[in-house]
Design a protein around this ligand. Structure first.
Ligand code: MEV
Length: 326
């Protein structure tokens, strides 16, 4: 049956281990979080693409469908619009008119991957509306292509979390996407209040790599080793060992130059108040830290993070991937 309106949702993500090194072919581990992005898409006869995306301050955005993906696109519309253009071109489809509304359960400031989640949602929504029946890997490929068209850089781990959900062992560009079978991963998440820009930070580390290639490549290699050490402990839910490995990973992120005082303060506060370990999560220089602690210490750790100015964000990890909402 042909449908003309659909709502889909995709989860946000948190990187557990392996940021930056993952861009250069090393593995990472990422978990999907239960705060989700929603996209409602409706086919009409207007001949236009219309977008309402209040979370990124886009209101009454409209352009003829014949022009989408061409020329200057406002920031807040880039991912959704480019995703539509890419799907229509790749699958040789046409649309008579499309109205899209996005809504997020999490702030685009957190670094939970709002851009990749909205891209994944848009591809899935079009798959439903155009009867494409795209498989997870097909959604991943076109959504990752879209993110690269806009950002130019990135590993795609966030796109994979949005599509597949759960907790993934990931190697770019989707060479390995392995779902790790776990029941629980009780992360404590502390938000720094500072917005990080992924591409700026990738460039910052690669600038250091230009001057000291052996040093930075050595660090990336060790990050890859940490990820592989962590993998069985994720599956065994051994949070104590994962905490130790988080601390090791954090030391290397510090040496890449992507931590800041605010993140380090939250990390030390967590570790000095009963966490097994903690690290920044994502590109660095802002966004969030993650910590693991024995359940008896979780509330003390949360309070310690807040005492140094962080905001604890309650999330459930290992959340479901992209889905059609009933
Ligand atoms: C950003 O959240 C993580 C990075 O590794 C970039 C990426 O993997 O796309 C820095």
């Amino acid at each position: 049956m042909k449908i003309n309106k659909v709502t889909v949702s995709a989860p946000g993500k948190l990187m557990l281990f392996g940021e930056h090194a993952v861009v250069y072919g090393h593995p990472c581990i990422v978990t999907a979080v239960d705060q989700r992005m929603f996209v409602t898409a409706e086919v009409n006869d207007s001949g236009n693409f219309e977008l309402e995306a209040p979370d990124v301050k886009v209101s009454a955005y409209k352009r003829p469908l014949s022009e989408i993906g061409i020329g200057e696109i406002p920031m807040g519309a880039q991912f959704v619009e480019t995703a539509i253009a890419n799907v229509v071109i790749k699958y040789k489809k046409s649309l008579t008119g499309l109205k899209v509304i996005t809504r997020s359960e999490f702030s685009s400031q957190f670094g939970f991957g709002s851009s990749s989640a909205s891209t994944v949602c848009m591809v899935k929504a079009l798959s439903e509306l155009l009867g494409l029946k795209l498989k997870e890997k097909e959604i991943f490929d076109i959504a990752f292509r879209t993110v690269l068209d806009i950002q130019g850089k990135g590993s795609g781990f966030d796109v994979a979390a949005g599509v597949y959900g759960g907790t993934l062992y990931f190697v770019t560009p989707g060479k390995t996407i392995e779902k790790l079978k776990i029941k629980t991963l009780p992360l404590i998440v502390g938000y720094s209040g500072v917005k990080a820009d992924t591409v700026t930070l990738i460039n910052k580390v690669s600038d250091t790599a230009k001057d000291y290639p052996r040093v930075i490549n050595g660090i990336y290699d060790i990050v890859g080793v940490i990820v592989n050490e962590a993998k069985p402990y994720v599956v065994k839910e051994n949070f104590e060992e994962l905490g130790r490995l988080m601390n090791l990973n954090q030391g290397l992120l510090e040496s890449m130059g992507v931590s800041i005082n605010k993140l380090s303060q939250m990390i030390y506060a967590a570790c000095e108040n009963g966490a097994y370990g903690a690290k920044l999560s994502g590109a660095g220089r802002g966004d969030c830290i993650i910590a693991l602690a024995p359940s008896k210490n979780v509330s003390t750790v949360g309070k310690a993070i807040e005492k140094v100015g962080g905001t604890v964000i309650k999330v459930k990890t290992n959340a479901e991937g992209v889905r059609v909402e009933k």
